[in-house]
Design a protein around this ligand. Structure first.
Ligand code: GDP
Ligand code: IMO
Ligand code: MG
Length: 430
């Protein structure tokens, strides 16, 4: 009997999960997504190819491996169809090695309408959602009114769809939203709905399964399963910077409910952090830099959202937040990505503590959004050296290794590998 290993983001998303999962896939038999939906954008780069995945696990380019979309994931059929077509353009046909849970919930076109209506109603307090319908679809799941992948095979699917649609449209109107002029990818709601129904045919061409049985059978047969997280722990619905979060449990606990894995069957928990920190959308970000350094991180790191294209906010690595999520996730191994972005920095800093009302703390306060937090910084001399061509951890500049050791000391977790470029080949295991 094997256990499920987990790989998840420890910050506010975009830590490089897609790349690392792709690199780890040869060691596994099955790669499974357990939460989130097309709000995710996971980038893979190899052999000059750059590809962004949304709902499909990042093991998909390894055609001999099985990929699973678990029950905890949300599927938007039209976006999913585009994803499948984009893979086919790269000569990858996922129909044989991608299995989908019948219990995964569907994102309806009107969930996206509701997302837009909710954000508009929030005004200045808006979350900065990716507007993919995530919040409204999970709301329906919890309210026990959602539609699931398995339901598309049922005779009364259209009827249930229309009932949901009616309720969403009414609610959006009540919120004062201009439903008539709402457009999705340039289409009216009716046009989009027609394309959405067509896309269900693509979904039907996949193996729709009870993925909890499949995953547990794999474990019994000693197959190796890797659970791929989406978003980051600081966007977790319970522990993130609420309400500026996504609507799922992005922490390790989400693997249990999102795949049907018992807590006793969780193995290693690999957490990814950038060597600095980014956030896209609104919400607290204590180490955010508003100066030239912040702009340099954004430019050098190409920090623009892979889903929305929005510039990501950039700042120093936040150790109080990192310690917090290492605790919540039970992180056993750390991956550090993108130190190369800081190659030319004279000095790099990390935030070791927060100062709130003149008091130092390393606890994330309940009033995270409301209080003024001053980051207490520790400075390090920059390594001032390119990392291209370095293929061995020991050959990394000593100052970078010192910086990595400080992350280990401050979090109490060992770093197992460092990533030094977007490409699959540049992951240096320790
Ligand atoms: P994910 O959502 O966690 O999979 O991350 P994204 O794909 O949204 O964002 C990470 C970005 O950084 C992508 O453009 C990757 O190609 C890129 N990337 C990943 N690792 C590295 C690295 O070590 N160095 C650099 N410079 N870029 C990286
Ligand atoms: P990956 O998997 C970064 C952010 C949004 C917004 C908040 C809520 O690529 O790391 P939602 O669409 O879920 O209602 O948005 O969460 N967000 C992400 N930020 N990476 C992601 O995914 C994200 N998914 C959602 O920007 O602030
Ligand atoms: Mg991303």
């Amino acid at each position: 009997m094997t256990k499920v290993d987990v790989l998840l983001g420890l910050q506010w998303g975009d830590e490089g999960k897609g790349k690392i999962v792709d690199v780890l896939t040869p060691k596994y038999d099955v790669i499974a997504r357990f939460q989130g939906g097309p709000n995710a954008g996971h980038t893979l780069e190899f052999n000059g190819i750059k590809h962004v995945l949304r709902t499909i696990p990042s093991g998909i380019f390894h055609t001999d491996k099985v990929n699973v979309i678990g029950n905890g994931v949300l599927i938007e059929p039209k976006i999913f169809r585009q994803e499948v077509e984009a893979l086919r353009e790269k000569n990858v046909d996922p129909t044989q090695n991608l299995y989908i849970s019948k219990k995964a919930h569907l994102i309806l076109p009107t969930h996206r309408l509701m997302d837009a209506a909710n954000e508009q109603a929030k005004g200045n307090a808006k979350i900065g959602s990716t507007l993919k319908g995530i919040g409204p679809a999970y709301t329906d799941k919890i309210a026990r009114t959602g539609l699931r992948v398995g339901d598309i095979l049922e005779f009364d699917f259209k009827e249930r769809f229309m009932m949901q649609k009616y309720q969403h449209v009414q609610t959006a109107k009540m919120l004062g939203f201009d439903v008539e002029n709402f457009r999705l990818e340039g289409l009216t709601l009716d046009e989009y709905e027609a394309a959405w129904f067509e896309a269900l045919e693509t979904l039907k061409s996949f193996k729709l399964i009870n993925s909890e049985y499949f995953i547990n059978k794999c474990l019994k047969e000693d197959k190796k399963v890797l659970a791929e997280g989406a978003q980051g722990s600081m966007l977790d619905i319970d522990f993130g910077s609420y309400p500026f979060v996504t609507s799922s449990n992005t922490v390790t606990a989400g693997v249990c409910s999102g795949l049907g894995v018992a807590p006793t069957n969780i193995g290693r928990v690999m957490g990814i952090t950038k060597a600095y920190c980014t956030r896209v959308g609104a919400g607290p970000f204590p180490t955010e830099l508003f100066d030239e350094t912040g702009r340099t991180l954004c430019e050098q790191g190409h920090e623009f959202g892979s889903v929305t294209g929005r510039p990501r906010r950039c700042g120093w690595i936040d150790l109080p937040a990192l310690r917090y999520v290492c605790m919540l996730n039970g992180v056993s191994d750390l991956f550090v990505t993108k130190p190369d972005v800081m190659n030319n920095f004279d000095e790099v800093s990390m935030c070791t503590h927060y100062e709130i009302d003149g008091q130092q703390t390393d606890e994330i306060p309940f009033e995270f959004n409301a209080v003024e937090i001053k980051p207490v910084l520790k400075n390090f001399a920059g390594w001032k050296q390119g990392l291209a061509g370095i293929s061995d951890y020991s050959a990394l500049p000593q100052r970078l290794k010192d910086y990595i050791s400080a992350i280990e000391e401050e979090t109490g977790v060992k770093v197992c590998a460092v990533s030094t470029s977007p490409d699959r080949k540049d992951v240096l295991f320790k």
